[in-house]
Design a protein around this ligand. Structure first.
Ligand SMILES: *[C@@H]1O[C@H](CO)[C@@H](O)[C@H](O)[C@H]1NC(C)=O
Ligand SMILES: *[C@@H]1O[C@H](CO)[C@@H](O)[C@H](O)[C@H]1NC(C)=O
Ligand SMILES: *[C@@H]1O[C@H](CO)[C@@H](O)[C@H](O)[C@H]1NC(C)=O
Ligand SMILES: *[C@@H]1O[C@H](CO)[C@@H](O)[C@H](O)[C@H]1NC(C)=O
Length: 390
């Protein structure tokens, strides 16, 4: 279990081995490049990153969005491990020199492995426990991302896979993830869209740090918040139950409540609808018709039993034309530890709601064909920092 210092030394040692900047090393594709600076909205992407999670940033890049920073959060695994995944994939794609990665808050506002596991004793086990699954050294040695235990623990085995690698560059440390959110929204008021594909901890911290933060963003997109799918959790196996449940809000219910009741100009939630598209091997092979490091990683490591959850939310963010149906309601989040719905969204109509809530858009139907095409194109034709002129 490396200490933070050991990790920092290891990173420094790796860095000093490099004689060329990474951006010149990583120019393996798109040989005839024309520089196309981003013309779309600015966006900060906060996610619980993994080996194939890069599609969440490739989609906005493909639509000409300006990714001003990437944040990690503690949700599927610890924030630091996730930040290193984001950094690794950016390096592999020649995107690390123009997109900084900030590791987010280590812990949710209140939840710990102890409270989470105690809640499970009271209310039953979640089909997917994310970062608060029990620590398991056997699984980590096999290359699984760390769960429970020390949040600063990095499992290098999760990076030591063909076509992938432990990052050679450093995470950004000039400020915290929440500090970066506040700083950038002050710098570009009204211009920065916030995307959240994991827990909402960093975003809630930014909301509380700066009373003008939420209203001065250009909106919030959230993957998570499944509603009315309990019966379906009873009628199949545990994987089936996993597919109709989610962890993003449940890992940090208090942050979810702070974010969903803050005065963002608008909040779009991609919950149930995020299950619409699950890649199969044929799809991944089709994507690999255009070979590059990203299409190779997808073919090698994308699970063919899990839907494109975060990817669907990213596509909805950049291309509203794929939304076929949506509803609007007032949203609360259950923050009662003694509730079996701790961390779940509670939707309301105005006449029945408690005070302090606001409306959210909840997407209910998307164009699957268009979604499939958007994801495919983003992986096949990724831009590099050189392409972006950055
Ligand atoms: C760790 O995971 C392995 C593989 O799934 C499992 O066989 C083992 O029982 C787990 N160990 C603990 C202590 O839960
Ligand atoms: C970092 O450098 C090592 C040694 O060259 C390489 O094996 C590894 O893949 C690199 N990591 C990334 C993320 O590119
Ligand atoms: C959200 O609000 C921003 C800022 O007012 C606006 O530019 C954007 O179009 C809105 N998005 C949606 C989906 O309503
Ligand atoms: C869905 O997208 C496809 C491909 O972009 C398009 O041809 C089709 O008309 C769209 N369908 C709907 C219902 O919008």
């Amino acid at each position: 279990m490396p200490s933070l210092l050991a990790l920092a030394l290891a990173l420094a040692a790796r860095l000093s081995l490099l004689t060329l900047p990474l951006s010149t090393l990583a120019a393996p594709f798109n040989s005839a490049r024309t520089v196309t600076p981003p013309t779309g909205p600015k966006v900060i992407i906060d996610n619980d990153w993994c080996i194939t999670c890069f599609v969440t940033y490739l989609v906005p890049l493909d639509y000409g969005w300006d990714i001003i920073g990437i944040l990690s959060d503690t949700s599927n695994s610890w924030s630091l491990q996730g930040a290193l995944h984001a950094q690794a994939s950016l390096e592999i794609g020649g995107l690390d020199s123009c997109i900084p990665v900030y590791s987010g808050a280590d812990f949710p506002l209140l939840q710990t492995a102890h409270t989470f596991q105690t809640w499970e004793l009271l209310h039953g086990v979640l089909p997917w426990e994310g970062v608060f699954a029990k620590e398991n050294a056997t699984l980590e040695a096999l290359g699984n991302d760390p769960t429970s235990g020390d949040p600063k623990r990095v499992v290098e085995e999760a990076f030591e896979k063909p076509g992938y690698g432990y990052p050679n560059g450093s995470l950004a440390t000039d400020t915290t993830a929440a500090g970066f959110l506040v700083e950038q929204v002050r710098k570009y008021p009204g211009e920065v869209v916030i995307y959240s594909g994991g827990a909402l901890t960093n975003i809630a911290l930014a909301v509380r740090m700066d009373p003008d933060f939420a209203k001065n963003t250009a909106g919030l997109y959230i993957m998570g918040g499944y509603i009315d799918r309990m019966i379906e959790q009873t009628s199949g196996d545990v994987l089936q139950a996993d597919l109709v449940s989610d962890i993003n809000l449940i890992i940090d219910p208090e942050s979810a409540k702070i974010a969903l009741t803050a005065d963002f100009p608008n909040i779009t939630i991609v919950g149930n609808v995020a299950n619409v598209l699950t890649p199969d091997t044929a799809y991944l092979e089709d994507v690999f018709e255009v070979e590059n490091p990203f299409s190779q990683l997808m073919l090698s490591y994308a699970p063919t039993f899990l839907p494109f959850w975060d990817e669907t939310a990213a596509a909805i963010m950049v291309d509203p034309s794929i939304v076929l149906e949506e509803i609007e309601f007032y949203a609360d989040v259950d923050t009662s530890f003694n509730s079996p719905y701790y961390g779940y969204i509670r939707p309301y109509q105005a006449a029945l709601m408690p005070p302090g809530l606001r409306t959210v858009r909840y997407i209910t139907k998307v164009n699957e064909t268009a979604l499939s095409d958007i994801i495919k194109h983003s992986i096949q034709y990724p831009k590099t920092c050189a392409d972006l002129g950055k």
